[in-house]
Design a protein. Sequence first.
Length: 137
Amino acid sequence: MAVLREYRCAAHGEFESFDGECPYGCSARFVSQEFRTPPGFKSGDTKNSDKTLDSLAADYNLTNMGNRGGDSVMQQLRKRPSERPTWGEVPHAPAGYSQRGEQAVKFNPGMAPGVALDAMKSVLTRPKPMFVGRPKD
């Protein structure tokens, strides 16, 4: 069985052929084989993903999960503009809250550095040494 390969003629450019002869009859000296189309490999990860999707489709009695000739999500959203996601309002902090230094302390004195740690000191324990290995007899 012959394989369709990609070639380039120095005079006429790219072409595909089973035998490597220029369609215009140029000498073989002017023709070189090229590798423009990458070979199709299927990795173990791809096989695993396919197997998982097939199993999921079988669980829900789906027979066709392909989208060849179908619409993308963006094409569907263009058809139904009422379902398009929109930006909402984002609440903003009062002025001076995100700034460092005295303005933050003036805004909320209870949030001064170290206050949260002081409240947790009664629960925290001191570090304990951890022995690694076997004790000597």
